[in-house]
Design a protein around this ligand. Sequence first.
Ligand SMILES: NC(=O)c1ccc[n+]([C@@H]2O[C@H](COP(=O)([O-])OP(=O)(O)OC[C@H]3O[C@@H](n4cnc5c(N)ncnc54)[C@H](OP(=O)(O)O)[C@@H]3O)[C@@H](O)[C@H]2O)c1
Length: 286
Amino acid sequence: MGYTLAIVGCGVMGQALLSAIYNAPKAEESLAEHYPSKIIACNESALSSSSVEKLVKGFGKSPNGIEVEIFTARNVEAVKQSSVVILAVKPYLAEKVMEEIKPEGRGPVLISLAAGVTLSQLTAYFPNSVRVMTNTPAKFGYGTAVVSYAEAVSESNKTRVKELVRHVGTCLELPEKNMDAATALVGSGPAFALLIIESMMEAGLKMGIPLKESRECAIKVLEGTAKMVEITGESPGALKHQVCTPGGTTIAGLCVMEDKGVKSGIIRGIEEAARVATELGQGKKK
Ligand SMILES: NC(=O)c1ccc[n+]([C@@H]2O[C@H](COP(=O)([O-])OP(=O)(O)OC[C@H]3O[C@@H](n4cnc5c(N)ncnc54)[C@H](OP(=O)(O)O)[C@@H]3O)[C@@H](O)[C@H]2O)c1
């Protein structure tokens, strides 16, 4: 009999984690103990609970035999039963909800998805806290997750957290000092990548390529290029130069983009997102 995992705040990201863990392929025997036998999905409103119900109805049988229960306004009851709690409410609600569900003693392992909420804020309520930043592609198994552990988290609990979180797509560890930057790069990252896809699509459209075909070209160019960087291990700069014929079209296009400040715009934009992530944790923003 496995343990119970509660997801407190089962909206966009909570549901992404719920899908990823529930549908994870059958675990090897040595790792099976890290999978819950039950997930309790908690929301405050019946409306949000009905959206979880709809999601779960679309699932097949869980390969690891996980069952799902849906609770409305019953956080305390859910957390009392749980060995692991995923906190996925909006950052401005994190402290209020932790105050409500805080354990007596060490309590469960807390995996917080809340942008900007620091390990020191989390460990004031849950000594065994893990800060995770992930993103919306997690809904489709193509997410990225960056994790940072509080000192008290044991090696066995680290393995458990990695085993759960890796099913969003990719999971890597970074020190907490990098978490606000990771929030911008990973959490907000899909919006920045979408802006690039949208711009390329609209460029195709402007020059007469129909929207459907422009969309397909933009998606596949981005996907193929990312794969090329990953597979070759080369720097993007070196690969970029390979595409540039002397005096050719690519370098001409790149020069105009540099004139327009595309690269520094992206760098500064991500830096600004990280600055706002820091403010979120300090409760300066909702
Ligand atoms: N969305 C992203 O792209 C993204 C990316 C990276 C990180 N994150 C982080 O993920 C966290 C969740 O974001 P999200 O986009 O998933 O937000 P969301 O869709 O609004 O989900 C939050 C959920 O929490 C529920 N909730 C509110 N108050 C609650 C309470 N007192 N007890 C239990 N549940 C409660 C809400 O439902 P009801 O109020 O209706 O009950 C809602 O279903 C945030 O901290 C954010 O920083 C999000």
